[in-house]
Design a binder for this molecule. Structure first.
Ligand SMILES: Cc1cc2nc3c(=O)[nH]c(=O)nc-3n(C[C@H](O)[C@H](O)[C@H](O)COP(=O)(O)O)c2cc1C
Length: 515
């Protein structure tokens, strides 16, 4: 194809405009096609990386992500995880909002919740190179989506639909699609899809129900068929789970009645993702183990893993296996329940080894350690962890710091703590005298994280940290807290001496600040 283009350009005497036009056409042509495809539908909480990879393994051609809201994505940082070999979009609270990997690169369509063309474009630019396509959700009737003007609320604003879609089509190199529900009348629906087609989208997915209809209502195959006849772009039929689709062979029948060549499956895939296997569904037990294997490999949060497994076990949640699954509190426990603990340990060991290798080479790039925000660069950080055995409960680093602030007539320290989604650990940054301090290490609780941050601050300022060993020493010598206990590398000698002179010998604060 490239040769043909080069020849054409040569023949046309290198007219730049023609050259660019051909490149543009070529670029769009090599992209994902939506003809004759079986597709994993977007599903909140279900459509995370393990489910998408599993659906691809079983035979899905394209996998849609769960709906991800533009505003949330805009707060995220893109982080390459060299241990898991993923690209993660991580929120300021260190939650992974969107995770993807090479295996799905040419198959994954990112579904966005948006009501604003500018925001949609900003998100599309952010993820453009990591996905195969971008979809706009126009079908979600849930209040959390519609109240922001997103999802099904867009269906009554055709101008807004046109602006969002045409903005994306113009500026984004990957195919743009949208997923709609049908409108109250066939005429309105056809008018809308024709307007959508004109924006240049690559395909339209149609959930054949009206926005007030629930999954138990019959799907309107005749309306999907009429849409497919009215437009020339691919129409992806959706809404057939249970009523039509229980296994792969049923997909053909749904395509027939809807007059489409592509189909998108949600619930049937959520219940058993092996619905995409052309040779028939697998027993759920095998499927669940395949799912867990991906969840372990990609360090999926255990609550999400549990949720997806519970959807698969839907009729058996009261069994002893189901009850144990519901009670599980970690990925390791889930693996124990499914007798996959040896696998869990093997993968975790491999990940630890890889991490150690990268650390040795100074190449660790897993989480945005400096990833709070742009301001994080200004945080004074030391790798310190508060060990409560080393401190008296009457004289903690936080108390000492508070006391020092009072003495200095400074506003009391303000602690800001975030929790990491992967292991639920905490990290705290405190603000004193317009400077920020925090440990680079993560702690098991908010209180511990705050104490660690307080130590960083005390040490940086060259102030005593209140360790029991230091207090004992002080009492033995019957003199003020020695400043040698502070790490002198953080403060010049003269300053340390000055601080020492100012420091009250027997600090006995009445109480810790409210925790
Ligand atoms: C758990 C769950 C989550 C869903 N989340 C989304 C979503 O994020 N975006 C969307 O467009 N539709 C969402 N849907 C709707 C499905 O994509 C699909 O349109 C609907 O379930 C009908 O298809 P089915 O008959 O194959 O289930 C969700 C459905 C389910 C069951």
């Amino acid at each position: 194809m490239y040769v043909v283009i080069v020849l054409l350009v040569f023949i046309l005497q290198l007219q730049p405009k023609i050259y660019l036009l051909l490149c543009f056409l070529f670029r769009k042509m090599v992209h994902l096609s939506f003809q004759k495809k079986t597709i994993l539908a977007p599903m909140v909480r279900v459509g995370t990386l393990p489910m998408r990879l599993l659906a691809l393994d079983y035979g899905a051609d394209i996998v849609y992500t769960e709906e991800l809201v533009d505003k949330k994505m805009l707060q995220c940082k893109r982080v390459v995880n060299d241990i898991l070999h993923t690209v993660d979009f991580v929120s300021p609270t260190e939650r992974i909002i969107f995770q993807t990997c090479e295996r799905e690169h040419h198959h994954v369509v990112f579904q966005m919740g948006t009501s604003d063309a500018e925001r949609a474009l900003a998100v599309a630019k952010q993820i453009e190179n990591d996905v195969a396509g971008i979809d706009i959700n126009m079908g979600c009737p849930k209040e959390y989506s519609t109240k922001g003007g997103m999802g099904a609320a867009l269906l009554s604003c055709p101008e807004k639909i046109e602006t969002i879609l045409s903005t994306l089509v113009r500026a984004i190199s990957k195919p743009i699609t949208c997923k709609i529900r049908i409108l109250p009348t066939l005429e309105e629906t056809i008018n809308l899809v024709k307007r959508i087609e004109k924006t240049g989208v690559a395909a339209i997915a149609v959930h054949g129900r009206k926005k007030e209809e629930r999954p138990q209502h019959p799907v309107h195959c005749d309306v999907i068929k009429a849409i497919a006849q009215a437009v020339s772009i691919p129409v992806i039929s959706n809404g057939g789970s249970q009523e039509f689709i229980r296994e792969f062979q049923d997909i053909h029948e749904f395509c027939n009645v809807t007059g489409t060549s592509s189909v998108m499956i949600a619930r049937a895939a959520m219940w058993n993702p092996s619905v995409f296997r052309s040779t028939g569904v697998l027993p759920l037990e095998n499927v669940m183990r395949d799912y867990i294997a991906y969840a372990v490999r990609y360090d999926n949060h255990y609550t999400n893993t549990k949720y997806c497994l519970c959807q698969m076990m839907r009729d058996h949640l009261e069994s002893s296996l189901g009850k144990r699954l519901q009670a599980a509190q970690s990925t390791q426990e889930i693996c124990e329940i499914f007798e996959m603990i040896a696998f869990f340990k093997k993968i975790r060991n491999e990940q630890e080894t890889k991490k150690a290798e990268l650390e040795c080479a100074g190449l660790v790039n897993t989480m945005p350690v400096e990833g709070w925000s742009e301001e994080d660069q200004n945080i004074i950080q030391i790798p310190i962890r508060f060990d409560k055995r080393e401190y008296s409960s009457q004289l903690t680093p936080k108390m000492l710091l508070l006391e020092w602030c009072r003495m200095e007539k400074l506003p009391q320290p303000v602690y800001q703590t975030v929790q990491r989604s992967t292991d639920k650990f905490f990290r705290s940054v405190l603000n004193v005298n317009e400077k920020q301090y925090g440990s680079t290490l993560w702690d098991k609780s908010k209180k511990l994280a705050e104490q660690s941050a307080a130590i960083v601050c005390l040490r940086t300022l060259g102030l005593p940290e209140g360790k029991i060993s230091d207090i004992d020493l002080m009492q033995k010598r019957k003199r003020k807290l020695p400043l040698q206990i502070a790490d002198k590398t953080y403060l010049p000698k003269e300053e340390q001496n000055k601080k020492c002179a100012e420091w009250p010998g027997n600090v006995t604060p009445q109480r810790d600040e409210k925790e």
